[in-house]
Design a protein around this ligand. Structure first.
Ligand SMILES: [Zn+2]
Ligand SMILES: [Zn+2]
Length: 241
């Protein structure tokens, strides 16, 4: 690898870290502002905790940004990955199907690594950081120990080598991941009752579901869907928000 390629690689990793950090600050900051309006005082006593959540989250931004930057560099320089830009390469039905597949794959990886991290040793080493948020806030979205952050950071960079994803679908996956990561921790329910407590809510994870994980620990491990929790008997329903 020559110097120009190496500097492009480093630049890509740095740029992606900055993008992830800014995306986190903007999304968490936006929903924290919304929280101040919708639930005034909800975070009033949580100042020091929020400081720690932001610190861990910014460290996680680098851990997420570096592999993503390497893969983005490989995509541009060497045509790595199965990301495509011409929407007609695959039939149009592939767009929603690939979106669903990517979310299901991410959810599956998250469920099982998350369950593993609730075993005593991995919990002490890594996952306790995330659960130190009691209760979590909108700033806790990326509040992970570096070991846990690494397990999350590899998913999308690996997935793009396996599932052909249109760039817009990839962008949608990242947007869903970012927004749900924030809203599931912010301490109030963004979605209407008829969705959360209706037919869709039986299968989709929103704040009411993940809040119960933070309250009870040994249940509700999923990320986007309640499929694995329901199949494995770890679903304890919704918390009161
Ligand atoms: Zn959480
Ligand atoms: Zn957990």
């Amino acid at each position: 690898m020559n110097v120009a390629m190496l500097s492009a690689l480093v630049l890509s990793a740095v740029a992606m870290t900055a993008i992830v950090a800014i995306r986190y600050l903007a999304t968490s900051g936006g929903f924290a502002l919304a929280t101040a309006r919708v639930r005034p005082g909800l975070y009033a006593a949580l100042g020091p905790q929020i400081g720690r959540e932001i610190g861990w989250s910014l460290a996680s931004a680098a851990i997420y940004g570096i592999p993503a930057g390497i893969v983005a560099w490989g995509w541009r320089q060497h045509g790595w990955t199965r990301i495509y830009t011409d929407v007609h390469v695959f039939p149009l039905w592939w767009l929603p199907v690939s979106l669903l597949l990517a979310l299901l794959a991410h959810d599956t990886w998250f469920y099982w690594t998350h369950r593993l991290m609730h075993r005593p040793v991995p919990f002490r080493i890594a996952h306790a950081v995330h659960h130190a948020s009691r209760p979590p806030t909108a700033w806790a979205a990326m509040s992970f120990h570096p070991v846990e952050a690494l397990t999350g950071a590899v998913v999308i960079p690996a997935l793009v080598f396996v599932i052909p994803l249109h760039v817009a679908v990839l962008g949608t996956v990242l947007a869903i991941m970012t927004v749900m990561g924030v809203t599931n921790h912010m301490g109030w329910e963004l979605f209407p009752r008829r969705i959360v407590h209706g037919r869709a809510g039986r299968w989709l994870i929103t704040a009411s579901h993940h809040q119960k994980h933070h309250a009870m620990y040994q249940c509700n491990y999923g990320l986007y869907f309640r499929l694995w929790d329901r199949a494995c008997g770890t679903d304890r329903g919704l918390g009161q928000l």
